[in-house]
Design a protein around this ligand. Sequence first.
Ligand SMILES: Cc1cc2nc3c(=O)[nH]c(=O)nc-3n(C[C@H](O)[C@H](O)[C@H](O)COP(=O)(O)O)c2cc1C
Length: 373
Amino acid sequence: MKTVGITHLNYLSPDPMTLFTPYNLGPIPLTNRIVMAPMTRCRAIGNVPNDLMVEYYRQRATAGLLITEGVAPSPNGLGYARIPGIYSQAQVDGWEKVTQAVHDAGGKIFVQLMHTGRIAHPGNMEEGAEIVAPSAIAAAGEMYTDALGSQPHPVPKAMTISDIQQAQAEYVQAARNAIEAGFDGVELHAANGYLINQFINTRSNQRTDEYGGSGENRVRFAIEVAQQVAAAIGPERTGIRLSPYGTYNDLEVFEGMEATYEYLAGELGKMDLAYLHLINHPSMAPGEIGAATKVKLQQAFGGTVIACGGLDKATAEATLLAGEADLTAFGRPFIPNPDLAGRMQKDLSLSAPDHKTFYTPGEKGYTDYAMAD
Ligand SMILES: Cc1cc2nc3c(=O)[nH]c(=O)nc-3n(C[C@H](O)[C@H](O)[C@H](O)COP(=O)(O)O)c2cc1C
């Protein structure tokens, strides 16, 4: 009875809004506004989700929504060591166990589709896979491999139109596989310098065809992937992650960035996608999305917005109350606090993560963090 009363009050008045106010993400009811941000953890030996990963996600299922680590839609998209894919039957079967465990624990889960493009090394990839990108420009920096240690990023192959169509078809098939594996939806990783972001950014895209040059041309790949995936699995099951102003993985702040992202957000909004997930970067790397830009993107998109980057309970609730986002995502706090939602609700202290085990194989620093009680 008490719960009904509180819920009813929330409908009568937009306040008070807290992290624990339920939210309907289209057809998907979320029990709270806390989202686990996507985090690559490199535990997928052989690139197949395993029982350790089932346990990791199960432990964190009290978040309103979990977003998985970046998952390769195809062998060409698998640039890092020990990241999972979602293109083989074994991978789909492995993910099915993850989604089942999360659903059994009352949670919801989207898979993040991450095609790494030029952020890759052949040492991490299957034989026959190709490192592809909008232009043949190597990213500065190095990629870790298990066999050879850190290696410079190779010069990628500049994608032909047929390569572009193939990559788009891979996203679509991966999205279909995700639904087959029981995911509630997919998040397209269009941030942090991976393939879709490589098309958007002038540093990695120097094409002269319809996928390069103007801002409208550079976001064409993102828009087409979103349209095709939404057509395959439904726009209400398709979210997207953007990092305007982010320069991670050798990107630059380009002229007209604001207008380009506003146009992109508007086009994505027309598709009625499930959500727009914005990363505010200063928590990890330079590149802040100013308050005015956030409002412009939110208005251009017109749907559910997830805010992420350096949030804690107080700043996340302030973000919700200010109407700047509908959901708030936490990355690093979820690593050592599997029951982050419960701890925040009870105002318990939070544990600090061990950075050394972010990407190492095995359970240490992965599934061995304690619950509060
Ligand atoms: C270990 C680790 C792995 C990450 N992997 C991904 C990833 O696969 N995909 C992605 O979009 N962001 C990734 N991120 C970025 C997070 O999703 C998030 O944007 C970032 O950690 C900022 O949020 P926070 O301040 O709450 O940690 C990763 C972050 C960390 C710490």
